[in-house]
Ligand binder design. Structure first.
Ligand code: SF4
Length: 381
């Protein structure tokens, strides 16, 4: 019997496997008293929504401590909607892809209008339709589907990386075009259990994490082995078809550490509209091909802050990789010669004592600079 003829057999096999092997303990999938929700029972989407956004591009085991910290800081939607972005960024610090925290902040303002203050523990006050969730910043179809199926046990399909991999193998699909992405959505909608959609979606994610792993899937333990075309006819390792990996371009960045006469250090806050908006950083910018890194720092600090500096000794240089690019940072101590610093390319400037830097949200690359600077200052003292 082909897969198309047997969605119920697939659902039953997967749900049976989930009952024995599923990750029931995921904290945001449980009720407030720690028990597992019944079939068809709704739970508040607040905890699930935050977790789902954190899980975009990040693994479950990394997310859990951040989610726990978040729930202590912002235990409900009302708290969150009234918090300032900087507080959110402090809690998010280290999790990366900071625009996600920004979008949660924007979404909280929209959701509080819909849900109402102090009503977020009542699942009925929340939106439960795909379009409503997808209209929020940073929520795509898969995240929306996962929130709705987890909170309301409704049959909204999902298509995260794990599910794409399973379906590509199950149907031996070559995922290379937009058309194939459309097909994967059709498969996910076709297969989802109408009786137990919450558990079915979670089972798919768990199967992808535990059994149908990117390399060497454990097909002999898989509840879908008899339905899976990649397993029965081909080599599952060949699916999904690999896409060419692009070489990440390398960009050099010059950073200047400027102190005032009180020993305080100049930091600036990125524009809300930029990537990592609202985070703090040390001033600097991109090196052009025809200048030295010292010249870059002089020029950038002049353009961005309106000050003249003399570039001194190098503190540290290091490479930091992002998803689509690699940056090579070179950090120099600078002497402040003239000009009053102004936020010409940022939203705010601050003079901060070096031992207070930990109180501000900085992108991960800046953490290396801070720790090297602390070592340097300790050495001087
Ligand atoms: S049989 Fe193997 S390839 Fe197919 S779904 Fe199961 S683990 Fe994945």
């Amino acid at each position: 019997m082909g897969i198309i003829d047997s969605p119920q057999d697939i659902q039953n096999s997967l749900l049976k496997w989930f009952r024995a092997n599923g990750r029931y303990w995921i904290p945001w999938k449980l009720k407030k008293d720690g028990s597992i929700p019944q079939l068809g029972e709704s739970i508040s989407p607040y905890e699930i929504w935050i977790a789902e956004v954190m899980l975009q591009q990040t693994q479950l085991r990394v997310v859990i401590p951040y989610w726990e910290k978040w729930m202590k800081a912002f235990p409900n939607l009302t708290y969150l909607a009234e918090a300032d972005l900087e507080h959110l960024l402090m809690i998010w610090q280290g999790l990366g892809y900071y625009s996600r925290a920004n979008r949660i902040h924007q979404s909280s303002k929209i959701l509080i209008e819909f849900v109402g203050k102090n009503r977020d523990q009542d699942p009925q006050s929340w939106p439960n339709e795909i379009d409503q969730w997808m209209s929020l910043p940073g929520i795509g179809r898969s995240t929306a589907g996962s929130i709705i199926s987890s909170a309301f046990d409704l049959p909204t399909p999902i298509l995260d990386g794990n599910v794409k991999r399973i379906l590509s193998r199950l149907f031996a699909l070559e995922r290379k075009t937009i058309k194939d992405e459309k097909k994967l959505w059709q498969f996910s909608s076709f297969l989802i259990s109408k009786v137990s959609p919450r558990n079915f979606n979670q089972a798919l994610m768990d199967l992808g994490a535990i059994i149908c792993t990117p390399k060497k899937p454990s097909c002999s333990c898989c509840p879908l082995q008899n339905f899976c075309v990649a397993n029965t006819k081909y080599d599952p390792d060949d699916f999904p078809k690999k896409e060419m990996t692009k070489i990440k371009p390398l960009q050099e960045i010059g950073i200047g550490l400027v102190f005032n006469k009180n020993g305080e250090l100049l930091i600036d806050q990125r524009l809300e509209s930029s990537s990592m908006g609202g985070m703090w950083e040390f001033p600097g910018g991109k090196k052009t091909s025809d200048e030295s890194i010292e010249k870059t720092i002089e020029r950038e600090l002049n353009e961005e802050l309106g000050i003249v500096v003399k570039v001194g000794a190098k503190l540290i240089s290091f490479e930091h990789a992002y998803t689509h690019k690699k940056l090579y940072f070179t950090v120099h101590m600078c002497e402040w010669i003239s000009g009053d610093p102004k936020p010409l390319a940022s939203q705010k400037l601050l003079w901060v004592s070096p031992d207070k830097l930990y109180e501000f949200p900085f992108p991960a690359a800046n953490a290396k600079i801070i720790s090297e600077l602390q070592k340097h200052l300790n050495y001087l003292n």
